[in-house]
Design a protein around this ligand. Structure first.
Ligand SMILES: Cc1ncc(COP(=O)(O)O)c(C=O)c1O
Length: 414
């Protein structure tokens, strides 16, 4: 097989820590204003339609005006007008230069690693990452692409990250707050480590969202999002995104998304635009409810541990306070009696739903040791804090006293 570069391949993105992403022209606007207006003005952008709501373009192909005049967009595998608007809005919210959406958050991570890493390269991360991310890191990338993932021993210590970096390191990947144990990593400190080696820093901002945390303002170069969670907010959409320098985003779009068709359909993109309009209000309510629930759980005799950075005894409480506006809607807790205890409590819930996902407007719970992090070895799960009795708990927008009443009766089964 020829290894010559094909004429249609875009040039690969080369990271240079001296390159600054240009300041956005909308950076003077507040977060809520950007969530409502970025990328769309009903009169300027849609004169013939005069539509107050951005319309959905439910078309996967776009006509040529002339034989040699390629339209933009040309085909739904690279972009559609609706996705372009969502991409612009997500970039505006994260404060990044550009964005490319994907069929899911997991797909977005895959596309990024596949775009940046070459056989022999490595990615430095920690065990504080979501389940499918860990599975990509532990299985397909090392086994099929010869890309190694290195898990730092002490993720709270920047020196521990520094120690694993070498000439072949292509990316540092941090998830903060992490799913499911809500570990907080110091974004600014790890950005400094990454940049001292001229390596880009990726931060997964799925759990906090830009409403509570803006990693790029703290030095991150790239942001990963699962739109499926709080951004879309009610388990009606699956999607993902990468935000970063335009050259990287276009490298992903043209050399990955376009070739394999890992797209977020226009309807899902359009629905996400509606949900984003209420993101910051929802995140404030999720956070306030989660704080109340975390305090209730931490005083309960059948709960042995609570992971929530809003609690003063969380090991990175101060750091979380520094990097986030509030502590978000996700928490996890360990019940007495390990897996048997978790099963009893989860089966006893009446209002709270047991299902895989988080960030929904209704409270939802899940058992990480058997459902999302089952591929980790028992030792890795222990290092990551994923106890057999751990229940991941995504606090919804209900009245908190009703969530507490359901917890109270379920915990009585122990
Ligand atoms: C932090 C985080 N990032 C990314 C993803 C991947 O998202 P998706 O379910 O959209 O593939 C998840 C999924 O649980 C997640 O928790």
């Amino acid at each position: 097989m020829s290894h010559e570069k094909h004429f249609f391949m875009r040039d690969p993105w080369i990271f240079d820590p001296r390159d600054q992403q240009p300041e956005r022209t909308d950076s003077n606007l507040g977060f809520d204003t950007r969530a409502l207006h970025a990328g769309f003005h009903p009169l300027q952008d849609l004169a013939p339609f005069r539509s107050f709501v951005p319309p959905i373009t439910q078309s996967m192909t776009f006509p040529y005006e002339a034989f040699d005049k390629i339209p933009c967009p040309v085909y739904g595998r690279t972009r559609t007008p609706t996705n372009t608007l969502l991409e612009e809005r997500l970039a505006a919210l994260e404060g990044g230069e550009a964005c490319v959406t994907a069929g899911s958050g997991s797909q977005a991570l895959f596309n990024l690693i596949f775009t940046i890493a070459r056989p022999g390269d490595n990615v430095v991360t920690s065990l504080n990452v979501f389940g499918e991310g860990y599975k990509q890191a532990a299985t397909i990338f090392p086994e099929r692409c010869q890309v190694e993932f290195r898990f730092v021993q002490d993720p709270g210590n920047p020196a521990s990250w520094d120690a694993l970096i070498d000439q072949q390191t292509g990316l540092i990947w941090v998830e903060t707050p992490s799913n499911p144990c809500l570990f907080i990593t110091d974004i600014a400190a790890i950005a400094e480590v990454a940049h001292s080696h001229a390596i880009p820093l990726l931060v997964d901002n799925t759990t906090a969202t830009a409403a509570l945390q803006t990693p790029m303002a703290m030095g991150a170069d790239i942001v990963l999002l699962s739109i499926t969670k709080f951004l879309a907010g009610n388990a009606t959409v699956i999607g993902g995104a990468i935000i970063g320098p335009e050259a990287l985003v276009e490298d992903i779009r043209w050399n990955t998304t376009e070739f394999i068709g890992s797209v977020m359909p226009p309807l899902e993109a359009w629905m996400t635009l509606q949900y984003l309009e209420t993101l910051s209000m929802r995140m404030q309510r999720h956070s306030a409810n989660a704080q109340t629930i975390a305090e209730y759980l931490s005083a309960h005799s059948k709960v042995t541990h609570v992971n929530y950075s809003g609690l003063p005894n969380h090991p990175q409480h101060e750091l979380a306070h520094k990097q986030m506006l509030s502590h978000g809607g996700l928490l996890s807790f360990v019940v007495a009696d390990g897996m048997a205890g978790a099963a009893k409590v989860m089966d006893a819930f009446k209002l709270i739903v047991h299902a895989v996902t988080f960030g929904t407007s209704r409270t939802i719970c899940m058992h990480p040791a058997t459902i999302t992090h089952e591929h980790m070895t028992p030792q890795e799960r222990a290092e990551a804090g994923i106890d057999d009795g751990l229940i991941r708990f995504s606090v919804g927008l209900e009245n908190p006293e009703d969530i507490i009443a359901d917890l109270k009766q379920a915990l009585l089964t122990l």
